[in-house]
Ligand binder design. Sequence first.
Ligand SMILES: [Cu+2]
Length: 123
Amino acid sequence: MPGGESFGRGFKSRHLHLVDKDLDLRDKMKKIFAVLTLMLIFAGCATKGKEHSTTGVIQEVRNGGVAVVISHEEFPGFMEGMTMAFDTEKPSLAQGLAAGDKIQFTISDRSGSWRISAISKIK
Ligand SMILES: [Cu+2]
């Protein structure tokens, strides 16, 4: 039937159009995902929340406690485990601490930079 054929063609071309749009959208999503991934890599540490605590091992105490390099466990929902340097709010916080010490510590957001606000030895 002629009517049926034209209905069939119409449906087919409309269907192909939808598939094209899907591919286009998937392509855009891939690009957006790639950009987001790069942003996360460059950001390194996200800045959500005001305080995070975890445990770690001191690798180095720098400048009499101005900064401490810590091999830290994950900050749940904030930062994966890694070795990195943290500034302290005050050098006295790191008093008595040395490389190899196991610690529990807290970092606090101080106008955009994360600093150690509490740190103590654990066994
Ligand atoms: Cu880190």
